[in-house]
Design a protein around this ligand. Structure first.
Ligand code: NAP
Length: 273
């Protein structure tokens, strides 16, 4: 029998997840469905009750519920407890288990392209929820060090303390202080929301080496000014959609316990742009 899956959040109509998962079902001949379900910020408890009533098999969680959702899961995967936020839930006969696939999603493009994080010096812009999942991933892959640059210095400090706690050498600065220091890093990541509204890159790439990896997790627009400027300096580019695809693939594998159809999901995602 076909199962039902969903993505919850507010706003939700822009979400590409229904396209990606529906394409996977079509590709594999599965009669499941995946819907976008808007749940406003203070209606999460009622929303979850509703999903349980319809015996939802699994759901993704996006802004603004990722942290709040921790309260409503019965079990949590290690990825979830480490990051302190849930973005994927599996429902096993009314028992909700929470996962966080943002970390694996972030790492997926490195694996796919055979790019190493080990021993690299990292510059991370941003200190929000996604940045925390990224720090966890970078620590797992044993980077040499990380510099966290954020608008609100206090948040950069907190994230830097988290990095230290999970054995990743770190320091923090105000984002305006990055100035011309990009050349000191092997991997540069934008995990702020700068770019979503077509804003200019918050940093310059003067003097970076040709094979510096520059990764923007903002996925709409696909070609942010941050990535355009990095391309001018011949950086290796990783697009935000690659992380989005990576986390969807991991969620698919948690729910269905089978290999996800990567190409069909990628095609559906790119068709959404
Ligand atoms: N590709 C993917 O799969 C994927 C996954 C998750 C998230 N994302 C994207 O990543 C971005 C961040 O998500 P999140 O969940 O981490 O959000 P969040 O927790 O709200 O964090 C937002 C971050 O952006 C910074 N920021 C926002 N506006 C800024 C501005 N005008 N100038 C400087 N810094 C600014 C914030 O700095 P302050 O601390 O100073 O406020 C904070 O560091 C979003 O655009 C989201 O769409 C992509």
């Amino acid at each position: 029998m076909g199962k039902t899956f969903a993505v919850i959040g507010d706003p939700i109509d822009h979400s590409l997840s229904p396209h990606i998962h529906s394409a996977a079902f079509r590709e594999l001949g599965l009669e499941h469905s995946y819907i976008g379900y808007r749940i406003p910020k203070d209606e999460l408890a009622e929303g979850i009750e509703g999903l349980k009533k319809i015996q939802i098999s699994g759901f993704n969680i996006t802004i603004p519920h990722k942290i709040e959702m921790m309260k409503y899961v019965d079990k949590i995967d290690e990825s979830c407890s480490l990051i302190g936020a849930v973005n994927t839930v599996a429902n096993n006969n009314g028992v909700l288990k929470g996962y966080n696939t943002d970390m694996d999603g972030f790492l997926e493009p490195f694996k796919k392209k055979n790019l190493k994080i080990e021993n690299c010096r990292i510059l991370l812009l941003g200190a929000g929820g996604a940045a925390r999942a990224i720090v966890a991933g970078i620590a797992k892959e044993k980077a040499k060090s990380i510099t966290i640059a954020n608008r609100t210095l206090e948040k950069a400090k907190e994230l830097s303390e988290f990095a230290t706690k999970i054995q990743l050498e770190s320091n923090f600065i105000q984002i305006n202080e990055v100035k011309n220091s990009a050349k000191n890093y092997d991997i540069i990541i934008n995990a702020t929301s700068i770019g979503l509204k077509n804003e200019s890159s918050p940093i310059t790439f003067e003097g970076i080496r040709e094979n510096t990896i520059v990764y923007d997790i903002v996925y709409k627009p696909m070609n942010t000014d941050f990535l355009k400027k990095a391309k001018e300096h011949k950086a290796i580019i990783i697009y935000g959609y690659e992380m989005l695809l990576g986390q969807a693939i991991r969620a698919f594998e948690i729910w269905h316990d089978m290999k996800a159809p990567y190409n069909a999901m990628k095609k559906a995602l790119l068709g959404g742009f």
